[in-house]
Write a protein that binds this ligand. Structure first.
Ligand SMILES: C[S@@+](CC[C@H](N)C(=O)[O-])C[C@H]1O[C@@H](n2cnc3c(N)ncnc32)[C@H](O)[C@@H]1O
Length: 216
């Protein structure tokens, strides 16, 4: 079960009752998603310059990153955006309706709740997969951008193993960008074995750093 919690920028997150964690930063759910995923992935630059942008997300959750991407993609109707997202524990429609009521876009609750259907909204096409990232079967060099939005390693260690991270790097195209709010010495140690450049921009809220990876 999960319940709505309003964060410091007045946008909603969910508090997961059993795990005792929120789906986003309490300092700003929308602010964090905009900064860590939309801005640091340089999504808008690709929307301006490519005919098609393929995004993969690990952890659809509330769909906030998908919603922000959809709203940005509307500015670039000539660019096709394919949004593939993995979620092992999809949220039920009632909580999604409450969540999107706060964002004044209840329509989008339907998009997330229809999961795992494929839906096309103008230039934005979803492919929501109801399975673990560990069982994903995407081709190598598929994604321009990866939003690695798993719960932190202490809560969800299986998504921060070498195997899980390596699968993401394989899925990324050369020159592709992966971002995540999570950063530990162990994650950096794993990444150093892979064909990537590692950047550590300032983190969101009280986090000192975040991770931005560019595949060589
Ligand atoms: C930090 S929260 C999601 C944030 C989400 N992007 C949002 O905006 O709400 C992490 C998500 O990863 C999901 N998750 C946990 N284990 C997973 C797995 N093995 N594969 C895919 N998703 C997983 C959780 O159920 C949760 O929805």
């Amino acid at each position: 079960m999960a319940r709505i919690q309003i964060t410091h920028d007045n946008s909603p997150t969910l508090l997961h009752d059993t795990l005792g964690v929120t789906y986003h930063s309490v300092f700003g759910a929308k602010g964090e998603s905009e900064y860590v995923f939309i801005e640091q992935s340089e999504l808008e630059n690709r929307l301006c310059t490519q005919d098609e942008v393929k995004i993969v997300e690990i952890g659809l959750g509330t769909g906030l990153n998908a919603w922000l991407t959809y709203n940005l993609a509307k500015k670039y109707p000539e660019t096709k955006v394919k949004y593939t997202s993995f979620e092992i524990f999809p949220l039920n429609k009632d909580i999604l309706i409450l969540y999107y009521q706060v964002l004044n876009d209840v329509f989008f609750a339907d998009i997330i709740a229809n999961f795992p259907e494929n839906i096309t909204l103008g230039n934005f096409e979803t492919d929501f997969k109801y399975c673990s990232w560990l069982d994903a079967n995407l081709p190598e060099n598929f994604a321009d951008i990866i939003f690695y939005d798993a719960f932190a390693p202490k809560i969800c260690p299986e998504l921060w193993t070498e195997e899980a991270i390596q699968q993401a790097i394989k899925t990324l195209k050369s020159g592709g960008i992966m971002t995540t709010f999570s950063i530990t010495g162990e994650i950096k140690r794993i990444l150093k074995k892979m064909p990537v450049q590692i950047f550590t921009p300032k983190g969101f809220g009280k986090k000192r750093e975040m991770l931005k990876i560019i595949k060589r």
